[in-house]
Design a protein around this ligand. Sequence first.
Ligand code: FAD
Length: 543
Amino acid sequence: MNTDPKRVLVLGGGFAGVYTARYLEKLLWAEQASITLINRENYWVYQPMLPEVISGSIGLTNVVSPIRRLCSRTNLIMREVENIDLKTQVVTISPGFRPRQLLLEYDHLVIALGNITNFHGMPGMIENAMPFRTLADAMALRNHLIQVLEEADVEENPELRRQLLTFVVGGGGFSGVEVIAELNDFLHLVKRNYLHLRNEPHRCVIVQAGDRVLPEMPEALAIFAQRILRKRGVEIILNDRLKAATSEKAILQSGTEILCKTLISTVPSALPQVIQKLDCPKERGKLLVNTSLELKDYEGTVWALGDCASIKTVAGTKVPPTAQHAIREATTAAINIAAAVRGGERVEFGFEGLGTLGSLGHGAAVAQICGVKVSGLLAWFLWRSVYLMKMPGLNRKVRIATDWLLRLLFPPELAQTKVAGESGIRNQHFEPGDIIFQQGDLGDSVYVIEDGECEVVCERKGEQELLATLGHGEYFGEMALLSDKTRNATIRACSAVNVSIISKADFNKLRRSVPAFAEVFAELAKRRADAGSSQSSRPYLRA
Ligand SMILES: Cc1cc2nc3c(=O)[nH]c(=O)nc-3n(C[C@H](O)[C@H](O)[C@H](O)COP(=O)(O)OP(=O)(O)OC[C@H]3O[C@@H](n4cnc5c(N)ncnc54)[C@H](O)[C@@H]3O)c2cc1C
């Protein structure tokens, strides 16, 4: 009998994934199961508090927690999940420092990859609208807000200044409302630091498709929220939605155009690519699971939970995509996985929710807890207490409480934390003998030699064969990208070499958008392939 520990693979390090790993650590010994979690970041984000990062109420890194500390017995792999093969039980992980994919086999799989903001079919949104979901989004938005304030302060043209001081948020759900409320608070507080903006009005607009904001809440609370927002100067546009955007304006379905330089969108959402291409039963794109959270057709092996799964409780209620549900789903999944590993009772998901809480900015919130509706200051205290309690770890609780206290005493932080954006084309230097890429690596870039020389070496049956030497102006690496195959030769610097590196994404973008560029490479690829097949010179160029 095989007594090796079962391999449990958890995909996603959000509420659902991290809490599943934490419960599994409690339920299973190391001899019974190894737990591996894959997430693209090494931290878990406390999304309900993310909007507070905008106003600086909470420090940037205090809304996240390192996954290694939250799940100390779990093996964390900070990479991108690229493919899930449910039939062979293998997950493909993106290359990291070395350009090689990682293939991980599993006995039990947890899919908890959340969802993403998707602007497909909305012209100009990808380029001009900012999503709000991750720490990077929050950081980018905060930096952008400070940037437009700095620009507005020196702008003499009143129309352009007005445009710079107009902020539009698409989506009137919890995250949209919390974002506009925090943003508005921030602007009110920091404008006094700008000599030319002190008496300048700003415009905050929220656009909601339905006839009221916060559709997740009872109508009375939503109406209260609208009243508070309007009192604080927020414009609410109902029964309309964002349709498109340019660098100058937001365009709504009704034809209304709002001149602005800041457009944030919290809707619509879609499933991550890796889930979209999974061939298994789904409902509106989400993974279809039973009440034990097992993926349909893969019961006992695959569990799906959180925002990426379509879940119903035992009572038949559709489960909403919220953090409080994701945490409870994690308990159910962990118990059932433990039962599958070492036997025992399975459980079904029956959590119907404790209530809803939404912040409206400093000193106001709306809440419905166990059927009781609360609004205003009391709800705000409740909101802060509940979310502080839910934050795992004393360390983060103390940091957040301290941030809140400091915010009562001092104005919000106004320094930008901008990091220089990386250009699409990078330069790199190699010393003689350095390997630029290795035979068998994945093709991730094209290289152009600026100066210096490199050798093309191919290994066949354990023997290394020198195929050619390349110099100034020559390039290599494109064939692996064009054919989507691994490198079939190693490139080694034989003198000091400087190269320009074009990433796969940029290379493909150029090929798509500049026909002449695509033609040059198609022609060259053909020539090189012909040269390779005729065994004449330069088969190396397939590298
Ligand atoms: C701004 C905002 C405010 C919110 N406020 C509240 C609130 O007040 N109350 C509440 O209950 N809920 C709130 N929510 C909703 C709540 O945060 C989500 O329902 C919850 O996070 C879902 O958990 P999840 O684990 O399914 O997904 P997520 O928390 O999104 O986690 C998914 C994880 O998978 C990772 N991932 C995705 N694809 C890949 C890949 N291919 N490779 C590697 N890693 C990948 C992501 O990086 C992420 O870490 C809010 C959400 C947002 C965005």
